[in-house]
Each structure stands twice: as structure tokens, then as C-alpha cells.
Design a protein. Structure first.
Length: 284
């Protein structure tokens, strides 16, 4: 029978089979290679347990938290308090791009941000090829749009502490008090850091209770030879050399198209690219 891994708690996995959740220990052969979000072949051993026989091919695997078959990552940043840190945002986007995971940029706290700010960031990221929405977890602005975007999907949240991720989950699912409480930073009795649960949403689909990339050390996830291809919009401008670093090469299409005009590479995006390349050791 086919099952869906919906939680990990210590060594145990929770596997949903035909609407019921069973407990399982992965077989030795599969240990370390079954993740929350995986689809698995199981046999039911008693009314509480299943044995995992095999793992179906996964579409993707998010590295932090380790979740498989992610349909969408909500990359949540606040526009104010704290101000949007676009170096952090671009590092997350590059990692998601590398893993083939779709991103929706969620700009939160629109209630306290000047309209120029939100329009500017929205322009920069829409222009880079991303889907962007502005919301307020407090006033509820944009939440209906967001619900439509996550309906039926397996969703993980990512972004810095203080961006409003917990507030957002609470606003989306007010009936979920107990579980949202577990997301707290220093909550007592919180499950251990490697425990992960996919919470079923009222809109069909799941949201992961563990957000990712509150901080990012880019070098743990991306090699400097990979980064040139992980900025989506760079691909629109071919370079003379296929292994172009977009830092200094003659005939570089990226360097020739940096401008604040629509359709070009925004200078803010190129700025973070250089900073990330520096962190990756490509620039001294
Ligand atoms: N003004 C405003 N404050 C917000 C909004 N969303 C969250 N906050 C506040 O931002 C702080 C951090 O929110 P929290 O959900 O804990 O962020 P997390 O660390 O990403 O989970 C809290 O004080 C929230 O009340 C919003 O849309 N507008
Ligand atoms: Mg939180
Ligand atoms: Zn180039």
C-alpha cells in the first residue's frame, strides 16, 4: 500500500495510509533515506504500525528542514521591523533554485511599511522572475490570495526570526493553537530540533511546522561554481563563456544588463550576487 510520511518524532515516522496515521520505524536498509514528505510503500503490521518497504522517487528534498516533495516554499520577510535583508533573501532563493523548489516571496507587515518600500521590493523580485505577494498577518491583508496559492500544496515556510511566520500560520489556521505553540523559539517541552510535522491545512495540503533558513550560511548549501546559474534572471542574458562567473569576463551578458529599468538585472540583485560570491570564495 502507498503511504505518505507526515511526521518524524525521534526515530519514529508517522505514515498516513488511507487517511489514518500509523507509526513506523524505517528498516535498516532505508535508515537515513526516508524523509517527511516522502511517499512510501508500506505493509500494515497491526492497527497502529506499518513497515516501510520502499521509498518512491522524490521530486525534491529541501535541506533545512529536511522535507521531501515540497510544492512551494513561502519565503517570508517583513518589510519593516526588521527591515528586509535582501542578502539573506537572495541566499534562500538561490538554495531553493538549486533544489528545484518553487518559491513564493511573502512580504509581511505591509501595515507598517511605507507603500514605496513594498512597491520597490515587489518590482525587484517580480522583475527577477518571482511570484511576490504583500500581506499583513495582523490586518489580514493579502491572506485570501495566499490561501489560494497554497491550496492543495505541501508548503514549508522559510525566513528570518521576527518576520511573522508564526503569526502567519496562526492567521491562516486560527484553530491550530496547540500546534502553532510548538513553533515557539524557546518553548518548553518543544519537540527536539529534528522533529518535523506536516500539518494538514483546511485548504487541502500541508504546512510544515518547522520553518527553515532563519539564518543561512550559503557555503553549506551552494558551491561557487553553481551560484552563477542560481540567479533566475541572469539566464535571460547569454554570456560569451558558458562557465562565466559574471564578475569580470568580456562578453558577459549579465554585466552588460545591470539597470533599474524593467527587464534588466536590478543592481540590488547584482550586489547580493557579488556578496554571495565573496562568501563562497570566488572573490577575495
Ligand atoms: N505590524 C505587524 N506586526 C507583525 C505582523 N506579523 C507579525 N508581527 C509581529 O512581529 C513579531 C514577530 O512575529 P512572529 O510571528 O513571532 O515571527 P517569526 O519569528 O517569523 O515566527 C511579533 O511581535 C508579531 O506580533 C504584521 O503583519 N504586522
Ligand atoms: Mg516563529
Ligand atoms: Zn556572465
Amino acid at each position: 500500500m502507498k503511504g505518505h510520511v507526515v511526521y518524524k518524532k525521534g526515530p519514529h515516522l508517522g505514515v498516513e495510509v488511507e487517511g489514518k496515521i500509523y507509526i513506523s520505524l524505517p528498516r535498516k536498509r532505508l535508515k537515513g533515506n526516508v524523509f517527511v514528505g516522502d511517499f512510501v510503500e508500506v505493509e500494515i503490521t497491526d492497527d497502529r504500525h506499518v513497515r516501510i518497504l520502499d521509498v518512491y522517487e522524490r521530486r525534491n528534498l529541501l535541506p533545512k528542514p529536511k522535507v521531501a516533495n515540497v510544492d512551494l516554499t513561502l519565503v517570508v520577510f517583513s518589510l519593516r521591523l526588521p527591515d528586509l535583508d535582501n542578502l539573506h533573501l537572495d541566499a534562500i532563493l538561490a538554495i531553493l533554485e538549486k533544489h528545484g523548489i518553487d518559491a513564493l516571496i511573502v512580504l509581511n507587515k505591509s501595515d507598517i511599511a511605507p507603500p514605496e518600500d513594498r512597491e520597490r521590493w515587489k518590482f525587484i523580485y517580480t522583475n527577477a522572475g518571482y511570484d511576490v505577494i504583500t500581506i499583513s498577518a495582523i490586518t489580514g491583508e493579502g491572506l485570501d490570495t495566499l490561501k489560494d496559492r497554497i491550496a492543495g500544496k505541501t508548503v514549508v515556510l522559510a525566513g528570518p526570526s521576527g518576520a511573522g511566520k508564526t503569526s502567519l500560520i496562526k492567521a491562516l489556521m486560527p484553530d491550530l493553537n496547540l500546534k502553532v505553540g510548538r513553533i515557539g523559539r524557546h518553548g518548553r517541552g518543544r519537540h527536539t530540533t529534528t522533529d518535523i510535522t506536516l500539518i494538514r491545512t483546511p485548504f487541502g495540503g500541508y504546512v510544515c511546522d518547522t520553518p527553515g533558513f532563519a539564518k543561512v550560511e550559503i557555503s553549506h548549501f551552494v558551491d561557487r561554481r553553481e551560484l552563477p546559474r542560481l540567479y533566475r534572471e541572469f539566464g535571460r542574458f547569454p554570456c560569451k563563456f558558458s562557465d562565466c562567473t559574471h564578475l569580470h569576463e568580456p562578453g558577459c551578458g549579465v554585466l552588460a544588463h545591470i539597470s533599474e529599468e524593467p527587464g534588466y538585472i536590478h543592481p540590488e540583485r547584482y550586489r547580493t550576487y557579488k556578496l554571495l560570491m565573496r562568501k563562497l570564495g570566488a572573490i577575495r
